[in-house]
Write a protein that binds this ligand. Structure first.
Ligand code: PGA
Length: 284
């Protein structure tokens, strides 16, 4: 078995339901010609997942549009070869660990499941930076959501100050240990590893236009991979890179052996650039 590849957009607090619908309409037009290329073998999406983490308010709209997109990609009479893009996953940017309760503003796993959401992003640096997310709450969210059957992408990454102080490896070690809940609790993740992925997102590269070099990213990914092995044993957990990924730098990042995809903010907001990223993933 080898690791799957991932491309997820993260809209953050952008695009309301109307813009979501328009985005998917435009995406459908763009993806049609790509289907033909997947059938002839120029592009392949087998063992690759593509999706979007959208604002909570837009989840319902995005799911409806993604279902329509799926049926149009698989229109009657067309092959459903695994080389085709099978579907576009819709994910939530946040979910609470408790099934319900007095947690104003939060959304629970059962609520997301009820409308058909299967993916959740956990521990994004903006949650850590602006909303008090800690390694411990990241652990609680990740474990609970995995146990509820979700596919979970956990974000980690160092700040500029930490990198400049030579603490990158130490910070990543603390964050991996933190989200797994230490060596004792890491075993509870073991049954769910097929649905766990990570995103290495150096905070200094997010939304700044300053991408980590492929070498810097690769070094961090190798370190994270070694940590995951030491906590969980041999595994196939995919690690995406995030931080100013664009159509200009994505192919080069993907060429690195430890980089399994991208988590993309700014460049996922426009259909043109996100489609180009999907195309690059298909050619890799
Ligand atoms: P960016 O955001 O691509 O705009 O840098 C990435 C992220 O925060 O997930």
């Amino acid at each position: 078995m080898s690791r799957s590849k991932l491309l997820f957009g993260n809209w953050k607090m952008n695009h309301g339901p109307k813009a979501t619908h328009e985005y998917f309409q435009a995406l459908k037009t763009k993806l049609e010609p790509m289907r033909a290329r997947a059938i002839t073998g120029t592009l392949s999406f087998s063992a690759k997942s593509v999706g979007l983490f959208v604002p909570t308010l837009c989840l319902h709209q995005a799911l409806q549009d993604a279902a329509e997109l799926k049926s149009s990609l698989h229109a009657v009479g067309q092959t459903t070869s695994p080389r085709n893009l099978q579907e576009l996953h819709v994910g939530a940017q946040l979910a609470h660990w408790a099934p319900n309760g007095a947690f104003t503003g939060e959304t629970s796993g059962p609520m997301l499941k009820e409308i058909g959401i299967g993916w959740v992003l956990v521990g994004h640096s903006e949650r850590r930076q602006f909303f008090g997310e800690t390694d411990q709450t990241v652990h609680r969210r990740a474990l609970s959501l995995l146990e509820q059957g979700f596919s979970v992408m956990v974000c980690i990454g160092e700040t500029l100050g930490e990198r400049e102080a030579g603490q990158t490896a130490a910070v990543l070690s603390r964050q991996v240990d933190g989200f797994l809940g230490g060596r004792e609790l890491a075993a509870r993740f073991a049954p769910h590893l097929a649905r766990l992925s990570l995103a290495y997102e150096p905070v200094w590269a997010i939304g700044t236009g300053q991408t980590a070099t492929p070498e810097q990213a690769e070094e961090a990914h190798e370190h994270i991979r070694a940590l995951l092995e030491s906590f969980l044993g041999p595994n196939e957990i995919a690690i995406a890179y995030g931080g100013s990924v664009t159509p200009e730098n994505f192919a080069e990042l993907l060429r690195k052996p430890s980089i399994d995809g991208g988590l993309v903010g700014g460049a996922s907001l426009k259909v043109d650039s996100f489609t180009t990223l999907i195309d690059i993933l298909g050619r890799t």
